[in-house]
Design a protein around this ligand. Structure first.
Ligand code: GLN
Length: 314
């Protein structure tokens, strides 16, 4: 068994969950109107090991939008389709050091990395670029279905409200086009719509833990045994999750927790413990940098209790 005392881990997760009920710091994202309407008290933690042991506590079956977590998988899809060299002709792989939606590109006129808005928009442009938008979206939905073992939902209202208020993302896309960053023949508006749609895919904490476990398991879903991504794709994705996955808190998170993780402004978070397990947290209140307050705290507690920091030597 990957985690021999899984009962002990489950009990610890339940204790952390109970402890953090009283943590009501932060506030829900409100720059996308539909996200502002979410009940801020909702909270779920879920774990799934690489051999399929699972435990979930809280609002486990309540759907939430992927938001930025979609970026990690968009990057994987671009890598699978084009390989690492081609993808990184269009997007960098250094942390940006600024907010996820900052109007900035790297010195080569490319987005800094795939885990922030500009880079994720770029990766979307690389997913089946010649295809119909409907087929491209189906491809992403099917990928999430294979990662989680269940069919995801879709929050059309969130998509519509994001699209209607997306001046910054439009600005980023035009800025990238001005710099010749996109592949030839990219339709910018279509690419942005595709990006917003990917952000509006809905899953549950339970499903997200399975997706994280699929990454922990080198790209093979631990429940269905299906290979979703190649090992090298997962390796690259996890590397960038370590350096860039937690917005402008990524350096601090790499120092304190050390694990590959990706957060989204829905208050969602996935954490990968390679070869061992996936963890998901969902709690909509965010800190100033856009990370789920309780989610960060769950990670802090887990590294306190278990030696999961990859560079821990004691
Ligand atoms: N869809 C959101 C945006 O583009 C995603 C941002 C996020 O989760 N950080 O602003």
């Amino acid at each position: 068994l990957a985690v021999p005392d899984f009962g002990g881990l489950a009990a610890d997760i339940d204790r952390i969950y109970a402890d953090l009920q009283s943590e009501t710091g932060g506030k829900v994202a409100d720059y996308i109107p539909q996200l502002a309407q979410v009940d801020p008290d909702q909270f779920a933690i879920s774990v799934c090991t690489v051999d399929g042991q699972r435990h979930t506590v809280g609002d486990a079956d309540e759907p939430f939008c992927l938001q930025s977590i979609s970026k990690a998988i968009g990057y994987c899809l671009a890598l699978e389709e084009h390989g690492v060299d081609k993808v990184h002709q269009h997007v960098g792989r250094e942390p940006s050091g600024v907010a996820f939606n900052a109007l900035t590109l790297n010195p080569r006129g490319r987005p800094h990395n795939p885990m922030i808005n500009a880079g994720a928009i770029m990766c979307c442009s690389l997913i089946r670029p010649g295809g119909l938008l409907a087929d491209r979206f189906d491809h992403v939905m099917r990928t999430w279905e294979r990662l989680t073992g269940r069919r995801p939902g879709y929050a059309n209202a969130t998509y519509l409200s994001e699209r209607a208020t997306a001046d910054r993302n439009f600005a980023l896309a035009y800025f990238m086009r001005e710099n010749g960053a996109f592949p030839r023949d990219t339709d910018i508006v279509e690419t942005l719509e595709f990006y917003f749609q990917c952000c509006s895919i809905e899953i549950t904490a339970q499903m997200l833990a399975v997706a994280a476990a699929t990454l922990a398991n080198g790209g093979v879903n631990p429940l269905t045994r299906e290979r979703v991504f190649s090992e090298v794709t997962v390796q690259h994705c996890l590397s960038l999750m370590v350096s860039c996955g937690m917005y402008d808190y990524s350096g601090e998170f790499a120092f304190t927790v050390g694990l590959p993780a990706k957060s989204g402004v829905a208050g969602d978070l996935m954490v990968v413990v390679p070869q061992l397990l996936g963890v998901s947290v969902w709690s909509p209140r965010l800190d100033e940098l856009g990370n789920t307050v309780r989610g960060i705290e769950v990670c802090n507690r887990l590294v306190e209790l278990y030696q999961v920091h990859p560079h821990a030597t004691s």
